[in-house]
Ligand binder design. Structure first.
Ligand code: ADP
Ligand code: MG
Length: 233
């Protein structure tokens, strides 16, 4: 469904991605793990179109979309749950959700509101509450629900566990599994390798803008260097 082919991305003179190639098959959860500053967010921004590669291809459903606007990509079925959630604190839960549907012109918005509120009942309860008053976990749920309002086929998730208590992280991961079960392909970015490995069918490890290691979760987490760097020994 998605393929990055030898992608180079720069911020001015600084190269952030070096020949990154990854593949996400339809229906799967694939994760991209790496330390702070490795280039994970840069990779997702390149997929959604907020950054353009200097070299390489971004192939989505067989088409090179590297030159397309972000808006077009959203219309083609790609959504992002950004790092740090980025919800609008001074808007209500419902208003935040409607923003997620802004590219839509069809009449399915009401159905999708029902769909995400069934998935996250707390959002129905808090529909008219200001988003800034939600807990961290609830805000993460809202950010995920907002992305789902774009009715994505491919969902990009940038460190959904960041800053959340362990029991809330488990809740968030339950919903990731559920969303995937409902047919949404997921590219998951994480530093929490322990959680990512539980839901992924394949993992890529990004270090200083380069993918050197990839494989099934079992294979990747059994490597000494991964255990040391991400799993506490
Ligand atoms: N707006 C920016 N301008 C310049 N350099 C940036 C910018 N954003 C990120 N970088 C640099 O690009 C590299 C990758 O960053 P990022 O993709 O955010 O990493 P990660 O998400 O894995 O923590 C880092 O060295 C970071 O300092
Ligand atoms: Mg990041």
């Amino acid at each position: 469904m998605l393929k990055l082919d030898k992608v180079d991305v720069y911020y001015g003179a600084i190269q952030a991605l070096r020949g990154v190639s990854i593949k996400v098959d339809e229906g799967k959860v694939v994760s991209l793990i790496g330390a702070n500053g490795a280039g994970k967010t840069t990779t997702l921004k390149t997929v959604i179109g907020l950054l353009k590669p200097k070299k390489g291809k971004v192939i989505y459903k067989g088409e090179n979309i590297a030159h397309l606007s972000s808006h077009k990509r959203v219309k083609m079925g790609i959504s992002i749950v950004p790092e740090g959630r980025r919800i609008f604190s001074r808007l209500t839960v419902l208003e935040n959700l409607m923003i997620g549907a802004y590219t839509r012109e069809d009449k399915g918005i009401k159905d999708d509101l029902n769909f995400v509120m069934d998935l996250f009942p707390i959002l129905r309860e808090r529909e008219n509450q200001l988003a800034g008053t939600l807990s961290g976990g609830e805000q993460q749920m809202l950010a995920i629900a907002r992305a789902l309002m774009g009715r994505p086929e491919l969902l990009l998730m940038d460190e959904p566990s960041l800053g959340l208590a362990p029991n809330i992280v488990i809740e968030v991961y339950k919903t990731i599994k559920e969303i995937n079960k409902r047919g949404v392909t997921i590219l998951l970015v994480e530093q929490n390798v322990n959680m990512a490995q539980r839901v992924s069918s394949y993992m890529y490890v990004l270090e200083n803008g380069i993918v050197n290691i990839s494989g099934t979760p079992q294979n990747v987490v059994s490597l000494d260097e991964i255990k040391k760097a991400y799993l506490g020994g």
